[in-house]
Ligand binder design. Structure first.
Ligand SMILES: NC(=O)c1ccc[n+]([C@@H]2O[C@H](COP(=O)([O-])OP(=O)(O)OC[C@H]3O[C@@H](n4cnc5c(N)ncnc54)[C@H](OP(=O)(O)O)[C@@H]3O)[C@@H](O)[C@H]2O)c1
Length: 248
């Protein structure tokens, strides 16, 4: 046994400095995307925001369900920027309905926005992502991509599919760049899905587990800064003391 004072060893975490990084974020006008965009701007990042509603401020507006609108967006980005360091997929839709009520247009909208758009945007932007030596594709997935839920089959199917895509791309680009990180996120206080924000706030006051968008955005910044991040990071509010969660 070695006697004497033991040396305390601190792990050295590789840190990505977000200042001056060019970061493109879809869903930047949404509950999570808007707070995250501001936090990244506060870090000194050059943030390119994508929204859909022309009445909400964003660098570019595009309907990501429309392949022509998507292509026009990609053309403008490639023309305006030499490289992108981080691509964040946050745009999404949550249609929660039982089997008998789901329509073909619910299906098309959900799969096009939640699965097709992040896949083809990633593919189209790969040439300018590859120009940055430590580029990252960060995708906001959902607990609904790992847990089957009643009345949410369509939403769960899109998030299971998105998870399969992004974790497979993480394998495909191992030891090169961009790297991939999927956030398997739990309920957050935004107007996402059929329940109003007011109703969610009421539920959270009654003990139901919800993150605030501020908490999520701070955590995402921390995750982006950590070069040793895992391919998938699960964030459930119940695990962080935000209340109780019951599977729907
Ligand atoms: N909130 C939650 O409880 C929760 C939990 C787990 C995972 N997530 C995931 O987190 C992500 C962000 O959710 P959020 O809570 O921020 O949702 P949100 O507040 O409803 O925001 C949705 C965003 O998607 C954009 N969008 C919708 N349709 C679009 C389209 N056709 N083309 C382009 N953009 C479109 C919206 O743009 P406009 O504002 O311009 O319409 C908005 O920026 C989603 O992928 C969601 O699945 C959310």
């Amino acid at each position: 046994m070695v006697r004497g004072r033991s040396r305390v060893r601190f792990p050295i975490l590789a840190q990505m400095n977000l200042a001056d990084k060019t970061i493109l974020i879809t869903g930047a006008t949404g509950g999570i995307g808007s707070v995250l965009s501001q936090k990244l701007k506060d870090q000194g990042s050059n943030v390119i925001t994508i929204g859909r509603d022309p009445n909400k401020p964003a660098t570019y507006h595009a309907d990501l369900t429309d392949p022509i609108s998507r292509q026009e967006l990609v053309n403008r980005i490639i023309q305006d920027y030499k490289k992108i360091d981080i691509l964040i997929h946050s745009a999404g839709v949550g249609i929660y309905k039982p089997l008998s009520e789901i329509t073909q247009s619910d299906w098309n909208l959900s799969f096009t926005l939640n699965v097709e758009a992040p896949f083809f945007l990633t593919q189209a932007l790969s040439p300018i992502l590859e120009k940055s030596s430590d580029s990252l594709v960060l995708t906001i997935g959902s607990g609904a991509g790992t847990i089957p839920m009643r009345g949410r089959s369509l939403y769960c199917a899109t998030k299971f599919a998105l998870r399969g895509l992004m974790l497979s791309l993480a394998e495909e680009s191992r030891n090169t760049h961009p790297s991939y990180c999927l956030i398997t996120l739990g309920s957050t206080l935004t107007p996402f899905g059929p329940l109003s924000l007011d109703k969610k706030v009421e539920e959270s006051l009654n003990g139901k587990a919800y993150f605030t968008p501020e908490w999520v955005a701070n955590k995402l910044v921390e995750i982006m800064q950590n070069d040793d991040r895992e391919d998938e990071i699960t964030l459930f509010p119940g695990d962080y003391g935000f209340g109780e969660w019951k599977k729907p």
